[in-house]
Write a protein that binds this ligand. Sequence first.
Ligand code: AVI
Length: 323
Amino acid sequence: MPAELRGAELRAADLRRAFADDVRDYLQRRPRQLPSKYFYDALGSSLFEAICLLPWYRITRAESALLERHAREMLEPLKRPLTLAELGCGSGDKLALLATRASERFQSIQLVDISPAALYAARRRVETLRAGPVVLHPATYEQGLTELARVRREGAMLVLFLGSNLGNFDPGPAREMLTRIRAALQPGDALLLGTDLVKPERELLLAYDDPLQVTAAFNRNLLRRINDELGGTFDLDGFAHRAVWNATESRIEMHLASPRAQQVQVAAAGLVIDFAAGDTIWTESSHKYEATHVVAEGHAAGFGSADQWIDTGARFALTRFSA
Ligand code: AVI
């Protein structure tokens, strides 16, 4: 077997081990939980892309429209040559939108994502633009930031952290994440941060509990993934999708509720769990911000001036922080 593939096999074994360890740890917590990062296997990523097309989930369209409309303004004050970098680039569509509208050549385009499949797709997408050399980093956000600091050349770097990904962090880790991004940058660099804003509860509930039940499938797919990858025995019809607006914490929470008593085993995690009727598994938090709070968080993380572009209809903000 070629060494490259052996490496990939080892990595897959490590990832499966870490998944099993997290499932064991989080499912035994009270309340029971599962980390939302495990939503994104191949099927989960496709379901998320479908969510982004739903009329009730406006984040992706709002952000894309802002990028399209204000691309030049967003890049204009930054020193050239300019390096563009995206943390969690996914398909690369948004970076491509920004680069297309900017219509300039970049020193380089640095793409960071945990999923090699996403990175290859993003490279194909971005390379068609001929906007500069594209460099891939199959890495976590943290490792990616270390890489970005290492490959940094003259001029300025703009780091994109889009899609309200920050919202999936709890407040403490979110502040740490912003601080880490700041530490990887140099004076003259900038961060472009996408955050979803607080809006009426009815809109939020429709966005996270849509009438087509795509989000329900996205949520339950996590149990399907545990069954397939870790030898779980979850009855997929035995858990109901719940989306709850927690106004005190300013977050939408997603849960999976067991309407009846049932026992579930997860072989690879050595787990046997007895769910009582009404027990839930908390699978995700999506924090919603006030625009002023986003700016305050950036300042608390050590960033300088902030400029904001807001979609007032969808209530979504892009904030550019200078380092
Ligand atoms: C990726 N993340 C920002 C999405 C969100 O809105 O929290 C994930 C998602 N969960 C349910 N729908 C979309």
